[in-house]
Design a protein around this ligand. Structure first.
Ligand code: SAM
Ligand code: SF4
Length: 331
């Protein structure tokens, strides 16, 4: 394993995108993510402090990480999130983004921009108020739509909209979301439902394949691929040929993109993970709380990336669901 230079895996891929899951708590209970009764949260003492997150961010930057995304659970339920964003932003990354359910964003957008946040992805799985409430079990569609406006007004551009499609639940809204993108100019990302729901209800028949989504939309409005050469982001992107709006599909199940993945994840309790689907994790919290140096932290990051496997294996018959569900890792 290299002991200096950027974070590389055994396939020679550089990992320069760090996801910080700043809390495992959430104010919603989306049906494809958590059971209605919620999940058991970690004791607060297990969760990394702001200072600990900032140390990992600083060390990550020193080994080549250029972009950071805050996620959760719901990152905006973490008290003092604006200060945490500011601390991490001070390190000096070229991209700082946040993924949120949007329920608390309206009141925080301006403060987050002041702290250094550059962009947001807002999750919204239905444009129909009743269905939205059914899927998310809490929260209101109107609040989230208002938050999209507030984010734009504050300069968090572009506001991307994440839609997890579940067959029979919301896949009849694919064209509505495409029309929404055309009307607002907001890129909409359709995400394939992954076996990462906390209650283990995922079934393959519920996955709506990304290529079917593209075909359905293209049959109404012509699309052309967005040339994203050099962009390691997992979404396959398409723009409408008349210039109004953009859609993307994140086909983690039907078209895994492990071969170009450049991500590294830090969970709220300090586990470094090299893949959403991996149970291999290394604790940076133990290193920090044991008095470890920056070099020790860098070593944990290096070992995590070096341990990365060739693929996530969802499509292998022997695939086993990982211990941590999506709300603990952060997407
Ligand atoms: N709470 C924030 C939110 O909902 O945007 C951030 C954390 S959430 C775990 C990150 C992303 O994962 C969201 O876009 C969410 O819709 C997505 N997600 C959650 N469970 C999923 C699943 N089982 N399959 C695919 N995506 C999922
Ligand atoms: Fe919470 Fe996000 Fe999971 Fe929904 S998808 S339950 S908002 S963590």
């Amino acid at each position: 394993m290299p002991t200096d230079g950027p974070l590389v895996d055994t396939f020679g891929r550089v990992h320069d995108d760090l996801r910080l899951s700043v809390t495992d708590r959430c104010n919603l209970r989306c049906s494809y993510c958590m059971p209605e009764e919620g999940v058991t949260f970690r004791p607060r003492t297990d969760i990394l402090s702001y200072e600990e997150f900032a140390v990992v961010a600083r060390v990550a930057k020193s080994v080549g990480v250029t972009s950071v995304r805050f996620t959760g659970g719901e990152p905006l339920v973490r008290k003092g999130i604006v200060d945490l964003v500011a601390k991490v932003a001070e390190v000096g990354f070229s991209d700082i983004a946040l993924t949120t359910n949007g329920t608390l964003l309206g009141g925080l957008a301006a403060g987050l921009v002041g702290a250094g946040l550059i962009r947001v992805n807002i999750s919204c799985d239905s444009l129909r108020p009743e269905r939205f409430a059914q899927i998310r079990r809490r929260g209101e569609l109107g609040v989230v739509l208002d938050a999209m406006d507030a984010a734009e007004d504050a300069g968090l551009l572009p506001v991307k909209v994440n839609v997890v499609l579940v067959a029979g639940l919301n896949d009849d809204e694919i064209l509505d979301f495409a029309a929404f993108s055309r009307a607002t100019g907001r890129p909409v990302r359709f995400i394939e439902y992954m076996p990462l729901d906390a209650d283990g209800h995922w079934r393959r028949e519920q996955v709506v394949a990304g290529h079917d989504v593209v075909a359905r939309i293209a049959s109404c409005w012509p699309l052309e691929p967005v040339d994203a050469a050099g962009d390691a982001a997992p979404a396959e992107r398409y723009r409408f040929t008349d210039g109004h709006g953009e859609i993307g599909v994140v086909a983690s199940v039907t078209r895994p993109f492990c071969g170009t993945c450049n991500r590294l994840r830090l969970t709220a309790d300090g586990a470094v993970q090299n893949c959403l689907f991996s149970d291999d994790e290394l604790s940076v919290r133990d290193v920090l709380r044991g008095g470890g140096s920056d070099e020790d932290v860098a070593d944990v990051l290096r070992r995590a990336v070096w341990g990365k496997r060739a693929g996530h294996g969802i499509n292998d018959p022997e695939f086993l669901r990982p211990r941590r569900s999506m709300s603990m890792i952060g997407g």
